[in-house]
Design a protein around this ligand. Structure first.
Ligand code: SIN
Ligand code: FE2
Length: 213
């Protein structure tokens, strides 16, 4: 059957081993927003303090066996939510499956996520260029799902000074990076004043699945 949405569903190799899968999660996106709400009821979004003493501009929570946290002592994966003292909410099966199939689509057939970090961005929130390197093993890729208002993703190279390319991430888009680009610097530009989505208003969510432990 001809794919009438071929242009919406294009895949772009944004760096060696890194793929933007346009609209890959579009069909599940509204269900994912409901799951995010449920996770946040148990482990609320909060703005972490960086080791340098700054409050992050995005708010974060997580689900799975552990989640990424930051405080004055540093960055780490914690099996308990420091806010509640309880384990993080379980990773919903539908999320884990989506992350696995997206990784497969990008050429990473063995990905089984054990953690998922949720980021919530409001107008002006951003995330500076960084590497994801708090995981035990860098052989697994990172799978990132975007929901809600659109935001500009910055994908650089292995060196902080490598000039990043810019990609618009919209509701239902998925980015997978691994292999030669697993440790590439990446971030998001500030959420624009006019960015919005009918289901979330001026808010963007990002789910980052990792094999971290
Ligand atoms: C991250 O790098 O942890 C999040 C990136 C994003 O929000 O797209
Ligand atoms: Fe990251």
């Amino acid at each position: 059957m001809q794919d009438l949405f071929a242009e919406d569903n294009a895949n772009f190799e944004i760096a060696p081993g890194a793929w933007l899968l346009k609209g890959y999660a579009a069909a599940q996106a509204s269900d994912l927003l409901v799951l995010i709400e449920q996770i946040a009821e148990q482990s609320p979004f909060r703005q972490h303090m960086t080791p340098g003493g700054h409050r992050m501009s995005s708010a974060q929570t997580g689900c799975g066996a552990a989640s990424w946290v930051s405080d004055r002592r540093g960055y780490r994966y914690d099996r308990l939510d420091p806010e509640t003292g309880q384990p993080w909410p379980a990773m919903p099966q539908a999320c884990a499956e989506l992350a696995c199939t997206a990784a497969q689509a990008a050429g990473y057939p063995d990905f089984i996520p054990d953690v998922c970090l949720l980021n919530q961005y409001t107008t002006g929130s951003r995330m500076g260029l960084h590497q994801d390197k708090d995981e035990q093993d860098f052989s697994a890729p990172i799978v990132s799902v975007s929901l809600g208002a659109e935001m500009t993703f910055l994908f650089g190279g292995p060196l902080r000074n490598d000039k990043p390319s810019r990609w618009k991430l919209e509701h239902g888009d998925v980015v997978v990076w691994g292999g030669p680009s697993r440790l590439n610097f990446h971030g998001v530009a500030p959420l624009g004043k006019r960015a919005s989505h009918p289901l979330t208003g001026a808010v963007r969510y990002n789910l980052t699945f990792r094999q971290a432990l």
